[in-house]
Each structure stands twice: as C-alpha cells, then as structure tokens.
Design a protein around this ligand. Structure first.
Ligand code: FAD
Length: 436
C-alpha cells in the first residue's frame, strides 16, 4: 500500500456522458488527477424473485456500448476509465491497491438499492470524501418552485404548470477541458461481453423500432438526425402515438435512462430548433414529455419505496391475482387480444415498445386481468432497453390505479387497436408467425 498515487475518482452510474455532466465537471475542478470507474454490478444481472433476470440482453448490450463510448470520450480528456464486473464496492477496493482516493464524485440516487451501495462504500471507506450531485433532471431540485419534496403535487398538470411558470432549466455545461496527459492511466481491462454478464448474444430484429447503439456519440447522432437532418421534431406531437419504425417519436429514452445524454441538453436543442427552424405545439410537446420524466423522479423522491409496493403511493387495497399461466400468456403474446400480443412480442424480440403499447399492455395486465402489477413492472424492468426506475414504476403505478392518474382509466383495447392500428399493419408485423 506504499506509494499509492493520490487521485480523485468519478464513479459513473446512470450519467454515462461527458457533455453537460455536473459530476464530471465538479471532479475536474478539484485540482487532483482524476480517474474513473464503471462497475457492471453483478447484482443487476441476477435472477429476481419472479424467475427472470433483472437486466436482460437488450439493455445489457446497450449498456456495454454506452460504457465503451464513455471510455473513449474520457480518454480524450486524459481520464482512464476502470471497468469491472465486480460490484462497485469491490471494484473500489481493487482500485485502492494502487491509488489513494481522496474524494469520490458521483450522481446522487435515492432509490433503496442504489442508496445501499452508497452506504456500503461510505461504511467501508470512512476517510474518503463522498461528493454526490443530482445530475439527471430537467428542472434541478434547486430550481423547482416547491419548498421540499413533500410539496410535490400528486397531479402532473399542477407540477408541470408550476415548473413552466416558476422553474428554471439550467444552462448546459460544456465538455470539460482535458486534464494533463501525464494523469492518463490505461487500465487495460477488457470490456465485458454479453456472455461475461451471463447473457446470450443476439442479432437485432430487423423490425425493431429501436435499432440504435448505446453511447453519447449515437445519442447525439440520433438527435442530429431527428432534429436537424429530417426536422421531424416539428411533427412530433402528431406522430408520437405511432407504433412502427424509428421515427414516430424521438427514441431518446434509452440514452436518457443511462445518462448518455441529458434532458437539459435536449431542452436547449429544442429551443435552438424553435429559434432556427420552427416553434409549434409539436416542439413544445417534447419538452412536455421531458417534464413527465422529471415528474416521476420527483414522485419517487417524495414517496420513497412506496412506488414498489402493491398498494402503490395511494396505499390501495385492491385484490390482485398471481397466476403463472396468465403471466406466460401475457409475456408470450398469447392472450385473446391481438393488439396486446403484438406489443408483447415486440418487447420480447427487441426490448422496446411504444408508449401507446406500454399503456395498453399495462392496463390489460393490471386492470383487465387484475394481476399483480409489480410482476408486470418487473418484467418490463428486465426487458426494456430504456428501463428507468422512476419512469417505469411511476408509469406502472399510474396505469394500474395505484399512482398519479386522477381519472384511473382502463383502456378499451379493441378501440385502441382500431384507433392506432386501423389497418392492422402493426399487429401483422409482430404476429406474422402467430395466427392473425
Ligand atoms: P418520446 O415520445 O420521444 O418522448 C421523449 C422523452 O420524454 C422520452 O425519451 C422520455 O424520456 C420522456 N417521456 C415520454 N413519455 C414519458 C412518460 N410517460 N413517462 C416518463 N417519461 C416520458 N420510459 C422510460 O424512459 N423508461 C421506462 O422504464 C419506462 N417504462 C414505462 C412503463 C409503462 C407502463 C409506460 C406506460 C411508460 C413507460 N415509459 C418509460 C415512458 C414512455 O413510454 C417512454 O419514455 C417512451 O415510450 C420512450 O420512447 P421515446 O424516447 O421515443 O419517447
């Protein structure tokens, strides 16, 4: 342990970017050599109590690509990224064989699993200073018009209007200047493969609405294409309920979820588009949706672990069923509703489903069949490329009658299919091997 090099550490979590990254910016201001860590936490790839993995191959592939991209971007700043397939706690211990870490900079998380990891690190390393920062919001907690999280309204519209009127979106932070090249450390660790994470390789389905690669580079390429090359942002509100293809919506969710791009960056690009190309209801609506994303983060900050409980944040005492056969039918697209089936097959084959589809299959599972909504949410957690703890569990509660929907709606699946897939093209795309 002699002659260990003194450094500061950036521990990357769901903020896998160098542009508009407050955590990285803070670390680079610290006048110490900076190194970085990303741990592919094995706990994220274990089987859950429901009998499927916490993270399936779709998101794992996207994550590996994202971390590879981050490694390159950090190299340009002369920061070495150490990657590990151990837990962050163990990886940190490993790094300490060679480095004396003074301070760890990381994105602040508040959900219980994430907090536990932080606590473990804190307990095992009392001499290291921990510096955590909210790095994932559109409206930063210091810029919202509510005194504290208990004041967050239970109705989205109230939250949105207050933020739009009195909230502030921060300026975008630039990519920090590179540190001295002598600080660069080439850790020479191999990036894990899907197999290393206990998952199978696969070929992307040619029908996928989300055929994109992970990483900050491809996030910005997507934005550049959707905003500046095709200018499809100007039609967003009209197309956003689509079901097929890459362009009916922005597809930013997966990059936002692991932090390859920030909501603040997207916001400022929308403003630029409104100034330079067009400002209309459609351009506004993308920001409106980003406020939904913030909303579910604030709801989880307000309600803590209640978002994972059967009664949800309303503490509802509904009777829920738990039928394994129903679950198998639902996930394998074998229910009596072809619209549900098509969406569930899309999810199974690609790890993606449109917002319209998600609302319908959730409503069918929780309201039509009255099956334990948490099992549906956990299945989404496994499968979705864009899984985000707050958006997923918040939306699931909302559509299952235990969350923030003041109207507590149940979807009429047949009517939805007629409205959004009137000629059946979407259903045929996914049910081609099944009866239709
Ligand atoms: P766009 O329509 O282009 O919207 C732009 C961005 O706004 C999205 O990328 C997303 O960040 C945000 N957004 C849009 N709709 C919502 C919404 N309802 N709630 C929160 N944020 C929203 N989104 C996730 O990112 N991760 C999840 O795990 C997730 N699980 C969901 C589960 C259910 C049951 C439902 C009904 C919705 C879920 N959503 C989730 C929200 C939404 O379906 C996806 O964000 C959206 O379909 C992603 O496609 P997009 O990026 O093209 O969206």
């Amino acid at each position: 342990m002699q002659n260990r090099k003194k450094v500061n550490l950036v521990w990357f979590r769901n903020d896998l970017r160098v542009r508009d990254n407050q955590v990285l910016t803070n670390a680079m201001k610290s006048n110490m050599p900076v190194i970085a860590l990303y741990a592919f936490d094995p706990r994220h790839f274990e089987e859950t109590e429901y009998g499927f993995k916490k993270t399936e191959k779709f998101r794992a592939k996207f994550l590996i690509e994202s971390v590879k991209c981050l490694q390159q971007k950090l190299k340009d700043l002369n920061i070495g990224l150490y990657t590990s397939t151990d837990t962050p706690e163990q990886a940190l211990h490993q790094l300490q064989q060679d480095f004396e870490i003074e301070e760890i900079f990381f994105q602040k998380e508040w959900t219980s699993e994430e907090k536990k990891v932080q606590k473990n690190i804190e307990n095992a390393n009392p001499s290291i200073k921990l510096n955590s920062t909210y790095n994932q919001f559109l409206f930063h907690p210091e810029e919202i018009p509510f005194e504290d999280f208990t004041q967050i309204p239970e109705v989205f519209t109230q939250f949105r209007k207050a933020c739009e009127k009195q909230g502030k979106v921060r300026a975008e932070l630039p990519v920090p200047h590179a540190q001295d090249s002598s600080y660069f450390i080439d850790f020479k660790v191999k990036m894990p493969s899907l197999n290393d994470l206990g998952l199978d390789n696969f070929k992307v389905d040619s029908r996928s609405a989300f055929p994109f690669e992970g990483g900050e580079k491809s996030a910005w390429e997507r934005l550049s294409n959707y905003f500046w090359e095709t200018k499809k942002l100007q039609y967003y509100k009209k197309t956003r309920n689509g079901l097929l293809g890459t362009d009916y919506s922005s597809k930013f969710s997966a990059w936002l979820a692991n932090g390859s791009i920030s909501a603040v960056s997207i916001y400022h690009q929308v403003k630029k588009f409104e100034k330079e190309i067009k400002k209309n209801q459609d351009t506004y609506w993308l920001i409106f949706e980003l406020i939904w994303r913030d909303y579910f983060k604030y709801i989880s900050l307000k309600h803590g672990n209640s978002i994972f409980k059967l009664g949800g944040i309303l503490n509802k005492d509904y009777k829920w069923n738990n039928h394994e056969k129903a679950f198998q039918q639902w996930i394998n697209g074998q229910t009596p509703e072809n619209f549900v089936n098509a969406n569930m097959l899309e999810l199974k084959q690609t790890g993606f489903m449109s917002n319209r589809g998600r609302q319908n299959v959730n409503s069918y599972w929780a309201k039509e069949w009255q099956q334990d909504w948490r099992k549906g949410a956990a299945y989404f957690e496994a499968m979705l490329i864009d899984y985000d703890v707050h958006s997923n569990w918040g939306n699931w509660m909302y559509n299952s009658g235990v969350g923030n929907d003041p109207r507590d709606r149940k979807f009429n699946i047949k009517r939805q299919a007629e409205r959004y897939d009137s000629n059946g093209t979407y259903q045929r795309t996914w049910l081609q091997e099944n009866l239709f």
